[in-house]
Design a protein around this ligand. Structure first.
Ligand code: HEC
Length: 308
């Protein structure tokens, strides 16, 4: 066998083994929802650091591919393969660390699983892209298709990851909730409170899935509460409402909602929910009525300022 062919076969072998390893990760570190060894969790937390490398590196590749075709910047061509190698290796590292993080910290659930498979598919696609770039220099069509697919897969996986931590509409919520759409006649529940529940809680507490036997998308069931027997919401009394209790637990408490890896609700969101409960926790009152029933609350000041 000529040495060139031998080298190609070796590359394909290494790539195949790496892809197989990634595909086996979920079986090697199954998500039971129970925390694993602390050492694994400590290592896994580097996922949050490493994940930025493949995102940045991979986006430079198509830019360099374009530049390599221009007269003045053609000299960037030799950098493309090393860049792609770094993007692939860092994507693999981020995926492995992510799986260790979920295993070590005891994460589970649909969102985590979706994000994990996003990372695995992106890494496998990148391995294929990297191999194709080196092995078929003269037929770049397959390479460009794989590069495009890797980018799409990376964007989807990152989006699932961000939704997991920050809530579903993190990137767009500030654009949507413009004060002009909310007026004194809007229902405080529909305009301000329900969007928080929808973004941060419905994933686990709505018609598809009601963890803790608790549904929040149905107003009666939201007030009624779940398996603990405590009322979800006690109108007029945040302190007695299980929902308020669960969103204000210490970040280290096991019962905190939403559970990790989701970030706790922001202070603004928590204050708004407390304000709504204190002002009667009903679906119908408008912002105007809610502001009148609790005029001296700091949140009332804030809402008034937003509306002006
Ligand atoms: C990733 C899934 C997930 C998300 C997201 C989530 N929860 Fe939960 N929730 C659970 C699980 C699992 C339980 C049952 C275990 C327990 O009681 O801690 C639960 C239980 C509860 C309970 C107790 C019900 C009872 O009476 O026993 C409340 C209240 C609650 N969640 C509120 C919320 C709120 C409010 C949000 C959003 C801010 C939220 N949850 C987001 C998974 C989730």
């Amino acid at each position: 066998m000529n040495p060139l062919k031998k080298k190609q076969l070796r590359l394909i072998g290494i790539g195949g083994a790496a892809a197989l390893f990634l595909l086996l990760l979920p079986a090697l570190f199954p998500m039971s929802g129970k925390p694993g060894p602390n050492l694994i969790a400590a290592l896994g937390r580097f996922h949050i650091l490493v994940l930025h490398f493949p995102i940045a590196l991979l986006f430079i590749v198509p830019v360099f591919e374009l530049l390599a075709r221009t007269r003045s910047m053609g000299s960037v061509r030799p950098a493309i393969l090393p860049l792609l190698t770094l993007a692939t290796l860092s994507a693999m590292a981020a995926t492995v660390l992510g799986v260790l993080l979920a295993y070590g910290d005891g994460f589970s659930g649909e969102g985590v699983r979706l994000h994990m498979w996003g990372g695995i598919v992106t890494s496998v696609l990148l391995i294929a892209t990297r191999l194709t770039k080196q092995l078929s220099a003269r037929t770049p069509l397959l390479y460009f298709c794989l590069l495009g697919l890797s980018l799409v897969s990376l964007v989807l996986a990152s989006d699932h990851g961000a939704a997991l931590v920050h809530g579903k509409t993190f990137l767009t919520e500030k654009l949507k909730r413009t004060p002009s759409e909310i007026s004194l006649d809007s229902s405080i529940y529909t305009a301000l409170v329900q969007p928080i529940f929808r973004n941060h809680c419905y994933e686990c507490h709505s018609s598809d899935k009601f963890k803790g036997d608790f549904r929040m998308d149905d107003f009666t069931l939201l007030l009624a509460g779940g398996e603990s027997g405590m009322s979800g919401i006690v109108p007029g009394d945040p302190e007695d409402s299980e929902v308020y209790y669960r969103i204000t637990l210490k970040p280290t408490s096991k019962g905190l909602m939403p559970p990790s890896p989701h970030l706790p609700l922001s202070t603004n969101d928590i204050d708004l929910i407390a304000f709504w409960i204190a002002s009667g926790a009903s679906q119908s009152p408008t912002l105007q009525e809610a502001l009148q029933s609790n005029p001296s609350d700091p949140v009332a000041e804030l809402i008034r300022a937003t509306l002006q």
